[in-house]
Write a protein that binds this ligand. Structure first.
Ligand SMILES: *[C@@H]1O[C@H](CO)[C@@H](O)[C@H](O)[C@H]1NC(C)=O
Length: 276
């Protein structure tokens, strides 16, 4: 009896120690400036807070919308580095299948099925899978946290989780959004010691994969730049997900736009990040 009790205690501690889909961002609030995530106005009805874990570390944080099977946003520290392109292994999140599953890392669908005895049906039920993105015309897999903004090979690989992906207009993805990620961001962050980024997608009224996955109406991104430890500037960008156009705007203006789009007062960063 005592043995059984001890076993239960051990099992639950073990589970706590390894949990990664958490409320809200327990193990990975370091990816938000001052450890403050956006306010609740962005929360969907059925959220999952994912600390994106891959090969022994946390790489970024994602708020996931279980009903629409797309991320609400991904949050990360901007550390761009161009290295050899990592393998594009698209992965899924086992803890969306079952929060108690003792498997920290994201993994490829085939590996979860072959090595961890999940079924494809279980994975499909809990999240978007690669099949949902097959044969799409005019839409790409758009990573909210792009691999180019990550430093190490492991953190670049970790961006290829489908929990970090939305159906994004192909022309926007390869065009102006890519310019924002690869040209505007390096310019704006020239003098920053560290830059915190939150990139999100506003749910749209259309979908793909026979209604399984929402097609967002807008993609947006916000950044807060620190010089030393002090936030000195912040900015935002937003694009409609069917036009090759990105609008630059202040953090304050972006929050106003998102407040209209989400229907509630949106705060993305801690108050210390300049709104002007
Ligand atoms: C947005 O700002 C960046 C950096 O200041 C600039 O290079 C870019 O042309 C601007 N884009 C638009 C659409 O105004």
């Amino acid at each position: 009896m005592l043995g059984l009790l001890l076993l239960q205690v051990l099992a639950s501690c073990h589970w706590l120690g390894h949990s990664k889909v958490e409320t809200p961002f327990g193990s990975c609030n370091q990816f938000f400036y001052a450890r403050v995530p956006p306010n609740n106005a962005l929360n969907p009805k059925n959220p999952a807070w994912i600390c994106q874990h891959f090969r022994n570390s946390y790489h970024y944080a994602t708020l996931y919308d279980r009903d629409r099977r797309i991320p609400v946003y991904s949050a990360y520290k901007y550390r761009p580095r161009s290295t050899e392109k990592p393998p594009e292994w698209w992965m899924v999140e086992p803890q969306l299948i079952d929060e108690k599953v003792d498997l920290e890392d994201m993994g490829r669908e085939s590996d979860l099925i072959a090595q961890h005895h999940f079924t494809l049906e279980q994975i499909e039920e809990s999240q978007a899978v690669l099949d949902d993105y097959k044969g799409l015309k005019d839409l790409d897999l758009g990573c909210l946290n792009p691999s180019g903004h990550m430093e190490s090979r492991e953190s670049k690989m970790a961006t290829f989780s489908l929990t970090n992906v939305v159906p994004q207009d192909s022309v926007l993805h390869k065009g102006q959004w890519n310019i924002y990620e690869s040209k505007t961001m390096p310019q704006q962050t020239k003098d920053c010691t560290i830059t915190y980024v939150i990139t999100g997608a506003v749910p749209g009224s259309t979908d793909i994969a026979e209604g399984r996955v929402n097609r967002p109406s807008h993609i947006w991104s916000a950044a807060c730049c620190l010089v030393g430890t002090k936030p000195t500037s912040a900015w935002g960008a937003i694009a409609e997900n069917d036009k090759n156009q990105v609008e630059n705007l202040s953090l304050g203006k972006l929050e106003e736009r998102l407040t209209e789009l989400y229907g509630g007062p949106v705060t993305l960063f801690d108050n210390a990040c300049p709104r002007q």
